[in-house]
Write a protein that binds this ligand. Structure first.
Ligand code: FES
Length: 481
């Protein structure tokens, strides 16, 4: 078959053309053929998702949301939901036949939104989730905790998370911190999320602190998830690894047979390092991270082998090679030894790069053999990272207390935070606030909002006041005054 003119266009040009399409058109194009499916699902086209807007028919990656209108709809919907809650016999179908046309429209909108969100989680995000950087779910009425959980899990590189005025609670955030999810968050807007408590903030804090490398969980060259115990080719992978380890171990054993004394360990290090440098990992191809893990295992395996068969030789060294081999999680411990004849001087740190390690490998001095290589995504050792959060709004989250915001103040605080809105959080005391603000050096006090009635107000002269005084949809201690 002769290729048509459009089929002859290079991928770069096709991607430029696809860049003019909206999400609905892209999804339609993805059903045309394999090539179009690949192009339409290209990560560069799906940096932003706006399911709430899309459910209303505004199929655009740009923001076309009318905030005032959405606020009104949100208040109206809350009333409808409350009515439905109290009317045990009412369900959505019955409500459609209700006298109020606007109520019916709103309910239809909830259904539409829920359906779109579920479809997205099921069919779209597994393909493009890792490329999504902004997720806008503000004023969603159809968003459920389970759906949010999956969205966060499928979008580990997310930087902007807007959940303004949703009914989400702590359960929805449980996937934060898994697979590195949340480690890159820069903007989190939870304004009006009344059900959010300290638990979400603790989860958020942990996720931001432990920046495990989501890249390491990307697909490998065969398009399969790396490091997953659910990997379909686990058996094949294990046997391939076993073969690799066997061959390297054999080589090490032969080398050890004729190497003697203190030199032995350093030669071994050199040898393993040479092996490592010749591997595809030396080129830092994230798709080949699996190979790195294989080689790390080989490395540890070899050291344990030396420990077993040449304990005296290891003891003769200025420092213990085995203790070096196990020093991977602590920054201090992983510093190279200064001793002139210590082999660890010449080898690179285990912790360089953002590569995660299987925590099981750290326990190789125990009974478990590292050659089992049954690591899963949760067992990747996290590398402590700097928190990147620049914007945080908890406006109206009245259940949040000092312990919640204290969790954000731990582990170096929020060095890049520029905007902090705690309006309506009347359970936060001046002590908790001071602790957090004290570790936010970039925070401009013009962009600091909290309750006007706070006792011993520490920033009375510099900070802005509560923003919820006249707001109908968000909590404020002065409502009703
Ligand atoms: Fe106290 Fe708004 S929460 S003034």
């Amino acid at each position: 078959r002769e290729l048509t003119a459009i089929e002859q266009l290079p991928d770069e040009i096709m991607l430029q053309i696809f860049g003019y399409l909206n999400p609905q058109e892209l999804v339609r194009c993805s059903g045309v053929c394999t090539q179009w499916n690949r192009l339409a699902m290209d990560g560069s086209l799906w940096k932003v998702i706006r399911p709430v807007q899309w459910a209303k028919g505004d199929w655009s990656f740009m923001d076309f949301m009318d905030v005032e209108e959405e606020e009104e709809r949100s208040i109206r919907m809350e009333e409808v939901v409350m009515e439905m809650k109290y009317d045990e016999d009412a369900d959505i179908d019955e409500s459609e036949s209700s006298d109020s046309d606007s109520d019916s429209d709103d309910i239809r909108q909830i259904q539409k939104e829920s359906k779109l969100l579920v479809s997205m989680v099921r069919y779209l995000l597994p393909k493009i989730g890792k490329y999504v950087m902004e997720c806008h779910l503000a004023y969603s009425t159809g968003l459920q905790n389970g759906v949010l959980y999956k969205i966060l899990k499928l979008c580990p590189n997310i930087e902007v998370l807007d959940l303004t005025q949703t009914h989400i609670s702590d359960i929805g955030f449980k996937s934060l911190g898994k697979n590195g999810c949340g480690s890159k968050l820069k903007k989190v807007d939870l304004s009006g999320c009344k059900s959010v408590t300290d638990s979400t903030l603790i989860q958020l804090s942990t996720a931001m602190t432990h920046a495990s490398n989501p890249e390491s969980l990307n697909e490998n060259s065969r398009g399969q998830k790396v490091c997953s115990k659910y990997s379909k080719d686990k058996a094949t992978k294990k046997s391939a690894l076993a073969a690799q380890i066997d061959s390297v171990d054999q080589a090490l054993k032969s080398a050890c047979d004729w190497l003697e004394g203190n030199l032995m360990a350093s030669r071994l290090y050199e040898m393993i390092e040479n092996q490592r440098m010749q591997s595809p990992f030396a080129h830092r191809d994230p798709r080949l991270i699996e190979n790195h893990q294989d080689l790390t295992s080989v490395y540890i395996s070899a050291l344990n082998w030396i420990k077993t068969y040449y304990p005296n030789s290891i003891n003769k060294n200025v420092c213990s090679t085995v203790s070096h081999s196990n020093a991977r999680t602590s920054a201090n411990e992983s510093l190279p030894c200064d001793a002139a004849d210590c082999p660890s001087r010449t080898r690179p740190s285990h912790n360089r790069g953002n590569v995660g390690y299987c925590s099981d490998l750290e326990r190789t001095s125990g009974s478990r053999s590292c050659s089992e290589l049954t690591c899963d995504s949760d067992s990747l050792t996290n590398t402590k990272g700097v928190r990147l959060l620049e914007f945080l709004s908890l406006s109206g989250c009245y259940k949040v207390t000092d312990s919640g915001i204290r969790s954000l103040a731990t582990d170096g605080g929020l060095p890049y935070l520029q905007h902090l809105d705690l309006s309506g959080c009347s359970n936060i005391s001046s002590q908790g606030l001071t602790e957090l603000v004290g570790v936010c050096p970039s925070l401009d006090h013009d962009n600091l909002f909290y309750c006007d009635n706070m006792e011993d107000d520490p920033y009375a002269l510099s900070a802005s006041g509560c923003q919820n005084l006249e707001c109908r949809s968000r909590a404020c201690c002065r409502t009703g005054e």
